[in-house]
Design a protein around this ligand. Structure first.
Ligand SMILES: [Zn+2]
Length: 263
């Protein structure tokens, strides 16, 4: 039996802001890895490799586009509530503060003329159900599955780095997304608990949005495939990773010209 799959990797987008000299867009992948968790990293223009973190001292707002999350208003409301509960779980472990800012009709996607994060001005993170067969509801962020079709979901962040005067380069994540494939809604039981649940899918993709990469341990939420025996909550490694990304670590004071605070 085919298991629902999640995204093959987090989308890593790095853009240089305008102070100092601007380096080109950069992408990089994991290090800071234990067998139980893996933190996304970015390499700054001076060669310094840093963990791709948000400022854990800011409030991160999120909006939800649940228009394709269910075929009744009650089912869509239940989906929004699962999103809220998943963020609450991420907050409880990481100490990061998330605030629901309401609904949106936006589906994060890149276009030929602009990036998802360039147009995401209503909340720091947008969570949206997408349909790859419906005009206006598609997302280029949703990748193809190795089994054909599209993955069940994807999550990622945008990271900017800057340099002011003689200060060293600094980088911080400031926008994120979670895109879920509405065509696979039926593979995920609403709510949380063991097995393939929508709650775990959301916890996994939110993990990407805040800077967790995949791990090979099947006992972690960040394992790349949801299994019938999947865990119901962030597990030991997930929790260690979230703690390293979160409020236990230092604030990253972020100028408004880098990321406009939307809270
Ligand atoms: Zn994933």
């Amino acid at each position: 039996m085919l298991k629902p799959t999640k995204a093959t990797s987090a989308l890593l987008v790095a853009v240089a802001a305008a102070v100092g000299f601007a380096a080109g867009p950069a992408t990089s992948s994991a290090s800071a890895t234990s067998s139980q968790y893996s933190l996304a990293t970015q390499t700054l223009p001076d060669g310094n490799k840093v963990i791709a973190r948000w400022n854990p001292c800011q409030t991160i707002t999120y909006r939800v586009n649940a228009g394709l999350a269910g075929n009744t208003a009650a089912r869509r409301l239940a989906a929004v509530n699962d999103v809220k509960r998943a963020f609450a779980r991420a907050s409880a472990v990481s100490g990061m503060k998330f605030r629901y800012a309401g609904g949106t009709s936006q589906v994060p996607t890149n276009t030929s003329s602009s990036t998802w994060y360039g147009r995401q001005t209503s909340a720091e993170i947008v969570v949206a159900w997408a349909s790859q067969t419906t005009s206006g509801k598609k997302s280029t962020l949703l990748g193809r599955s190795s089994r054909g079709g599209y993955v069940a979901g994807t999550g990622g962040y945008a990271f900017k780095y800057w340099k002011a005067g003689s200060a060293p380069w600094t980088g911080v994540s400031g926008r994120g997304f979670v895109v879920l494939n509405a065509a696979q809604n039926s593979k995920f039981r609403p709510g949380f608990g063991s097995g393939s649940t929508r709650g775990e899918l959301l916890m996994h993709e939110i993990g990407h949005a805040v800077g967790l990469n995949h791990v090979s341990s099947t006992s972690q939420v960040m394992y790349p495939t949801i299994l019938s025996r999947s865990v119901a909550a962030y597990s030991t490694g997930d929790r260690l990773g979230l703690q390293r990304l979160g409020a236990a670590n230092s604030c990253i004071v972020t100028p408004g010209f880098v990321w406009n605070d939307l809270s």
